[in-house]
Design a protein. Sequence first.
Length: 399
Amino acid sequence: MEDLCFCTVSSKARLAHVNVLAESLSTYHPGAQIFCLLVDSIENFLDQLSLKKNIELIKTSTLKNVPNFTELFFKYNAFEAATALKPYFCEHLFKTYNMRKLVYLDSDIYVTTNMDELNNLLEESSIILTPHITTQLPSDGFQPDELTFLKAGAFNTGFIGISNMQETLNFLSWWKNRLWLFGISSVAEGMFVDQKWIDLVPSLFDKVYILRNPGYNVAHWNLHERKFSVSGEKILVNSELLKFFHFSGFDPNDIEVISKYQTRYRLVHFPELRTLFELYKRLLLGNGYNTICNWPYSYNFFDNGRKIPDRARRVYWSLGDKAKKFGDPFATGKKNAYGKYYAKIFPMRHRNIDRMIKFGKRYKKFLRKFPRLEMRARKFYAFLQCLVNAKNFDFFESK
């Protein structure tokens, strides 16, 4: 096995992205497998899927270091569960496959050249992190701004490199414990899944390397500090080779917006990236994106088929160890079912607030096209938070 190994985490609705990531990786790291933790159930969809040969699909049940899958999949939604399982998965790979160096990549990353430098960096470093930004963002009313990263974290965990040394194992143990208890997405409570915790890593652990090479983890949040050019078939970023582009918030059916999480630029501002964006669109669609993205998340429903409200998950999470008295929270037929408890204690007025949250999420895409209007909506959103103490009004959060 090569020194540099790769992994990702995905629900089945993101497997088109995983296929594209694996294909791009195989071009520049031939022979390297990518280990994909499937945070979902896929049995009824296997006949509709063709995975790339270099993908090693791993079921969550394989991980023996997770305390309670049922609890985790109920208290966290799909996004939260996937990010919470990241350190468990990395620890599992180190112990099971005796890997020396491991690179985690989000499924929406596209590799554009080799990352051999990481091999040398991980000889001396325990952890490699990339900051969201390394230069100031203008206070112009557009998103993201610097407040975004005070909420979501200074570093982006869509990419992280780790080496199999004791300091890294200490880090993974700490990260696991924090995400088991506090892995929710709630900036109002100072948490943003796995990512916000990483702000503490450079001061808590030794041999942490902050990678500032502009070719790594290029994404919508750092476009203001990237100058692109084309040399032959390669894209240069500030005169360095583009290593990979992180297509966070990318919609292949509307590539001009770059990302649904930003309002500052459109693709027309970066003509050097158009070929890459059009290629990524073709690859996603060619791998069945429009079908796969609609595959349902298995843990979104009670055992009677009814959808689990986001607030039901948050109430369950807030109960902590007290929630254990309900047993399996997905089960609805028993006398002490959590679903019955939730329906009893949750006032109707808050259910109406949930409908407002759902409306806000649908309305967000429209607001992104009108930044000034979005600023007013954000102020109204803050007012609602204060009014009803609704800590999961999170439809403006982004990663």
